[in-house]
Design a protein around this ligand. Structure first.
Ligand code: SF4
Length: 407
């Protein structure tokens, strides 16, 4: 470098992706452009109610504003790499992120409602032993625009118009990733989902699913009114720690106490306990009895019958896993034991089997360039050879193919 060489500075800042702003962010941006609040709201309607990305087509904005927006902003959803409908109406998108990464979004229509399962991270660091995504490791957090963009793509595909042509009725943050590990981006994204000028969903129809990050559950309770789903999967700490490693840090008692605080603070939201049933691992009558005891205790402390709802998820196998799904009669028996103990219990129907709808599966097949799946298979084989399957396999709680969202 000579004494006269200068560091090149790009004078043009990168355009702002409007999918990354909630209403407060939009209003602030428009104020910085010298535009009133109602203009920001007008543009939100174009984006979320009419699925328009081209400012030139936003005909009720003045020419000068359109030019300003074109110069400073974009509306850019993630790139669709793969778009796969299932015979049962389930629809899955593999969406390209930067650096060759990809995430998954799944739409599941069912009896008058349509649920979209949304990812919050590329991969996941929580390493739940039964989760397909867990086998892929953590890459990065998704931005607000990338989270909102998933809903936008599905809404456009479905022709969803909030309050008029409602095809998308529920969103569950239950795809790839632990949403509470990406708190700062997930919270504004959920705000767009619940905003009348966004996707217009009721609070309780947006559900955040967590593997149990206790301090963040408390933090969520301070800022959002969404429904909560807890990946429980076991009635004892020993078993849960082998399935959800985070349990070693936040054991069941602490987790349930944080759920209690959330439910007390947000009495109109619902709390669902997800329980993936794996044959010979956590599907025995003693597990059902232990789970019933936990749930009854939770209801009693809250003094609300049916405050806790259990969602049984028959395990959805994926390539390389050592876990299997219990037979139908065992699933029914497990449910019956819970119901007889006055625990509200549903069983999720598996959906989208023909499109690998369990979390991480499609991505695993399309993008397994690094051979992670093969490495995982080898690790699993080593564990199962020693008959120590509990804690060694990697299926998934966040199984979008089976999602049962808040009612
Ligand atoms: S179940 Fe959820 S939290 Fe656990 S590894 Fe999979 S995506 Fe992450």
């Amino acid at each position: 470098m000579t004494a006269h060489s200068a560091i090149a500075i790009d004078p043009t800042p990168a355009p702002v992706n409007l999918l990354g702003l909630d209403r407060a962010g939009m209003v602030a941006l428009f104020a910085s452009l010298g535009e009133p609040r109602y203009r920001a709201e007008q543009v939100m309607k174009w984006i979320y109610h009419r699925h328009e990305t081209d400012f030139a087509a936003m005909t009720d904005l003045g020419k000068a504003l359109r030019a300003k927006l074109e110069a400073a902003c974009v509306v850019t959803p993630p790139k669709i790499l793969f778009d796969k409908p299932s015979a049962d109406g389930t629809h899955k998108w593999l969406l390209g992120m930067d650096g060759g990464n990809a995430i998954e979004t799944v739409f599941i229509p069912d009896k008058g409602r349509g649920t979209l399962c949304v990812s919050s991270q590329v991969g996941c660091a929580m390493a739940c032993t039964f989760c397909s995504t867990g086998t892929q490791g953590f890459n990065r957090n998704l931005t607000v625009a990338e989270i909102v963009g998933q809903v936008w793509i599905a809404a456009k595909h479905l022709g969803n118009i909030p309050h008029r042509q409602r095809k998308l009725t529920n969103v569950v943050m239950m795809g790839m990733g632990e949403p509470l590990m990406n708190f700062d981006n997930v919270v504004p994204a959920m705000s767009v989902m619940r905003d009348d000028l966004g996707f217009g969903l009721a609070n309780k129809r947006v559900t955040l699913s967590t593997s149990g990050l206790v301090p963040m559950i408390d933090k969520l309770g301070e800022v959002a009114d969404v429904s909560l789903a807890i990946s429980l999967h076991a009635p004892t700490d020993a078993l849960r720690s082998s399935l959800v490693p985070l349990n070693k840090k936040y054991p069941i008692e602490q987790l349930l106490a944080s759920c209690l605080r959330y439910a007390q603070r947000k009495p109109r939201t619902s709390i669902t306990f997800e329980y993936t049933l794996m044959k010979g691992i956590n599907d025995q009558p003693e597990h059902a009895r232990g789970l019933a005891k936990l749930m009854r205790g939770f209801n009693a402390k809250l003094q609300r019958e049916n405050a806790a709802k259990v969602n049984l998820i028959p395990f959805n196998p994926f390539p390389g896993t050592g876990y299997t799904r219990p037979p139908e009669e065992d699933i029914r028996q497990f449910q019956t034991l819970l119901m007889h103990s006055q625990v509200l219990t549903t069983v999720r129907r598996t959906r989208g089997d023909d499109i690998d709808a369990a979390c991480g599966q499609l991505k695993g097949r399309v993008l397994d360039r690094g051979g992670r799946q093969a490495r995982f298979n080898r690790t699993l084989a080593a564990h199962t050879a020693g008959n120590t399957l509990a804690g060694a396999g990697q299926p998934s709680e966040h199984q979008p193919g089976d999602v049962d969202a808040a009612a």
